[in-house]
Design a protein around this ligand. Structure first.
Ligand code: ZN
Length: 107
């Protein structure tokens, strides 16, 4: 009976810890998903020299304005005041940084 009590307490703690960590787990899973997509995109690119036809029919491809990676238009990131698509927040920030310095250096 004592074991049962300890076990249930342990299970409760575990559930609590999992509940607390849920946002982090979701974020980690999203991060891994992005990484996997990037890997797949680059392997597609290496295999054919051009992006493979998207599996979903009728989906347009967009080309990252910074690094030139092809990606489905639905996945592309875009700024509100710019039509250029970007593959990731890294490229998006690089573009905005370049823009900011250009604006700063302009007379
Ligand atoms: Zn990019």
């Amino acid at each position: 009976m004592k074991y049962f009590f300890v076990l249930s307490l342990f299970a409760l703690l575990l559930a609590l810890a999992y509940w607390r960590a849920r946002p982090y787990i979701a974020a980690a899973r999203r991060f891994l998903g992005v990484f996997r997509d990037a890997q797949r995109l680059s392997s597609d690119y290496q295999a054919t020299g051009a992006p493979r036809r998207p599996s979903r029919a009728g989906e347009k491809l967009a080309r990252c304005a910074v690094c030139g990676t092809w990606l489905p238009a639905s996945r592309a990131l875009a700024l509100r005041n710019s039509p250029d698509p970007y593959c990731s927040t890294v490229c998006l920030t690089a573009a905005t940084d370049a823009r900011a310095t250009r604006r700063k250096s302009a007379p």
